[in-house]
Design a protein around this ligand. Structure first.
Ligand SMILES: Cc1cc2nc3c(=O)[nH]c(=O)nc-3n(C[C@H](O)[C@H](O)[C@H](O)COP(=O)(O)O)c2cc1C
Length: 346
C-alpha cells in the first residue's frame, strides 16, 4: 500500500516499531486529552477560500530568524531518534538539509552533535536546550553548539518536571529521568550570541515576560501533550500569544500538525512557521531518510494545494497580526487580508 498522507506513516510505524518504542513516541500524559485535542482542534476550524485570484505561481518560501527556508514547515526537537532508525539524528539532519528546512536538534539526541553536523553540514539547525542547574554545564554546551554552527538556541520551558506518562511507567521506560529546568533564572542572554527562542509558551502572561526579556522568538507548544494534560491545544493558544507579543518577536507553533490545511490555519492565526514532531519519527521508522523526506514532501505538497485553493500565493503575507482580525458573528472567527478562517469553536 502506498503511503499517501501522514497518518499512513503513523499506521506503518505502529505496525513496525516495538511496543515500548511506539508507546514512548505516541504517548501523551495522563488521559492524553491535550495530545488528542492538538489534532482535533484543527478540525474545528473552517477555511474561507478565495477563488477569484491568480494562483498560477505559489511561493512557499519564508524566513525564520532571518534564514530562508523552502516552506514554513520544520522539524521539532524530539529525543532518541536511534530508537526508530539506526543512524538516528544523522538521518533526520540529512533529510532536513535536502528539504531546505530547519531541524531543531534535541538535547537528548542519540547521535553526537559532531556527527549530526558532519552528516548535513549545510543544513539550517537550531539546538534545543534543557537548562541545567549547573551554569557551567549550560555554558559549555552553548559554546559547543555555537562553534558547531547551530543558528539559534531553543529553550524548552515546560519541563520543570516530567509529566505523568503512563505508558512509559507501565513499560518501565525511564529514558528522560533527569530533565532539569527547575530554574530558568541562571540562563542570561549574555551567555550566548545566538537568538533565543522559548518553546512551550501557552499564555499571554508568559509571552509578555518572554518579550520583556528580549527573546527572539516563541514556539507555542504543549510538548505534544506530553507535559501537563488538559491545557489548550496549541492552535487554540496561538491567538492569545500572537496578540500579546504585538509583532515584536516571531511566533511559531508545534503540536498536531498533520496536513497542509493545518499549516495554513496556523499561519493564518499568526504563526510564522510550524514545527512537526511525531510524523518525523514515523517517517524515520519507515525507511529512514527516504521516509522523512516523503513525510516532508507530502506536507509541503498539501500545503501548496491548500494555499492555492484558499487563494494565497505567498507564504510570507500570512504573517502575524496582519492576518488576525476581529471574531464576528455567523461563525466568522478570524479574518485578514490574505486569508480568513471560519470557526466553530469560538
Ligand atoms: C518522542 C518525543 C520526544 C520528544 N522530545 C523532546 C525533546 O527532547 N525536547 C523538546 O523540547 N521537546 C520534545 N518533544 C516535543 C516536541 O518537540 C513537540 O513539542 C511535539 O512533538 C509536537 O507535537 P506533534 O508530535 O503532535 O507534532 C518530544 C516529542 C515526542 C513525541
Amino acid at each position: 500500500m502506498p503511503l499517501v498522507c501522514l497518518t499512513d506513516f503513523q499506521a506503518y510505524a505502529r505496525e513496525h516499531l516495538s511496543k515500548s518504542t511506539w508507546d514512548f513516541i505516541e504517548g501523551g500524559v495522563d488521559d492524553c486529552c491535550t495530545r488528542d485535542e492538538n489534532t482535533a482542534a484543527f478540525k474545528k476550524i473552517r477555511l474561507r477560500p478565495r477563488y477569484l485570484k491568480d494562483v498560477s505561481k505559489v511561493d512557499m518560501r519564508t524566513t525564520i530568524q532571518g534564514a530562508e527556508i523552502s516552506a514554513p514547515i520544520c522539524i521539532a526537537p524530539t529525543a532518541f531518534h536511534r530508537l526508530t532508525w539506526p543512524d538516528g539524528e544523522m538521518t533526520t539532519a540529512r533529510a532536513a538539509q535536502a528539504a531546505s528546512i530547519c531541524y531543531i536538534t534535541s538535547t537528548y539526541a542519540s547521535c553526537s552533535l559532531e556527527d549530526i553536523v558532519a552528516a548535513a553540514p549545510g543544513g539550517l539547525r537550531w539546538f534545543q536546550l534543557y537548562v541545567h542547574p549547573n551554569r557551567q554545564i549550560n555554558k559549555q554546551l552553548i559554546q559547543k553548539v555555537e562553534s558547531l554552527g547551530f543558528k539559534a538556541l531553543v529553550i524548552t520551558v515546560d519541563v520543570p518536571k516530567i509529566g505523568n506518562r503512563r505508558h512509559d511507567i507501565t513499560n518501565q521506560v525511564n529514558l528522560m529521568q533527569n530533565l532539569w529546568l527547575k530554574d530558568l533564572g541562571s540562563l542570561e542572554t549574555s551567555m550566548t550570541r545566538l537568538p533565543i527562542i522559548l518553546k512551550g509558551i501557552l499564555t499571554k502572561e508568559d509571552a509578555e515576560l518572554a518579550v520583556k526579556h528580549n527573546v527572539h522568538g516563541i514556539i507555542v507548544s504543549n510538548h505534544g501533550g506530553r507535559q501537563l494534560d488538559e491545557v489548550p491545544a496549541s492552535i487554540d493558544a496561538l491567538t492569545e500569544v500572537v496578540a500579546a507579543v504585538k509583532g515584536k518577536v516571531e511566533v511559531y507553533l508545534d503540536g498536531g500538525i498533520r496536513t497542509g490545511n493545518d499549516v495554513v490555519k496556523a499561519l493564518a492565526l499568526g504563526a510564522k512557521c510550524v514545527f512537526v514532531g511525531r510524523p518525523i519519527l514515523w517517517g524515520l521508522a519507515c525507511k529512514g531518510e527516504h521516509g522523512v523526506t516523503k513525510v516532508l514532501d507530502i506536507l509541503k505538497n498539501e500545503f501548496h494545494t491548500s494555499m492555492t485553493l484558499t487563494g494565497n500565493i505567498n507564504a510570507s503575507p500570512f504573517q502575524l497580526s496582519r492576518l488576525i482580525g476581529k471574531g464576528g458573528g455567523s461563525g466568522l472567527r478570524h479574518q485578514g487580508p490574505g486569508l480568513s478562517i471560519w470557526g466553530q469553536c469560538l
